[in-house]
Design a protein around this ligand. Structure first.
Ligand code: FMN
Length: 232
């Protein structure tokens, strides 16, 4: 299954078989992680670890993400690991983002973890199985790219984004929603990167060439805004 196809059937998996994945599968995951594009100017650090490195672990494997403490860096974490999330589910491995997960050993630059492993939990059967806002609430364009973006996972399913379409450019503006808005501050910046990855994959599927992927806070400490520019 392609990453694009996986967007329409993935789900958060919270029940795992504790048997570790084989070495070859783990090497494949490491390769995707190493090669995943970063947001322009961002790096981040990512480490595949075993379950014993996580308090109350339910999965055999996790990826820890570490970054600088700014909104663009948090978005980069989302952008990088959402490629891995889709890759995992495309090869039949379950995964879930865990903002509430706790590493056994704390680190000042730790941001979030992604749990993964074998599972019996099936993929979704299609877009109709997702609980998401209607497209008009998150986007000013109704097109295949917006439809793929709409299905992106987000912390507490908060979907904190608004998409704006122009020729050669998609802009994602942070748009906090609901009562959890204040609590999810950092996680919602990760969410912006996650939706950016869905947008990028959908643009590539349409044969576009992506030119730049940026995420910056508006001047004067305003909300995070991300942009993908592309050509035909
Ligand atoms: C940044 C982020 C943090 C999340 N943290 C948690 C978490 O701590 N615990 C949990 O069970 N799910 C967590 N989730 C999973 C979301 O609840 C889930 O993606 C959302 O409800 C949509 O469901 P779906 O992924 O099955 O489409 C998180 C998701 C994201 C993107």
């Amino acid at each position: 299954m392609t990453l694009y196809e996986t967007i329409f059937v993935r789900r958060s998996v919270r029940k795992y078989d504790k048997t570790p994945l084989d070495d070859e599968t783990l090497r494949g995951i490491q390769k995707i992680l190493d090669e995943a594009e970063r947001i322009d100017g961002q790096t981040g650090r990512f480490e595949i670890v075993v379950g014993s490195r996580v308090k109350n672990a339910t999965a055999p494997h996790y990826i820890f993400a570490f970054s600088e403490a700014n909104d663009g860096a948090y978005a980069n974490v989302g952008y990088v690991l959402q490629k891995v999330d889709l890759y995992l589910q495309s090869i039949g491995v379950g995964s879930v983002w865990l903002g509430a997960g706790k590493p056994v050993e704390s680190a000042p630059d730790y941001v979030i973890m992604l749990a993964f492993g074998k599972t019996e939990v099936p993929l979704r059967s299609g877009a109709q199985d997702f609980r998401r806002l209607v497209l008009g609430e998150i986007s000013d364009g109704d097109n295949a790219v917006a439809q793929a973006a709409r299905l992106a996972p987000s912390a507490a399913n908060s979907q904190p984004w608004k998409l704006h379409f122009e020729d050669g450019k998609v802009t994602v503006r942070y748009f906090g929603r609901g009562l959890l808005k204040a609590m999810l501050k950092k996680m919602n910046k990760v969410d912006i990167g996650i939706v950016l990855r869905h947008i990028e994959i959908a643009l590539l599927k349409e044969g576009k060439t992506v030119r730049s992927v940026t995420a910056t806070a508006a001047a004067g400490g305003g909300d995070l805004t991300a942009e993908i520019t592309y050509v035909d």
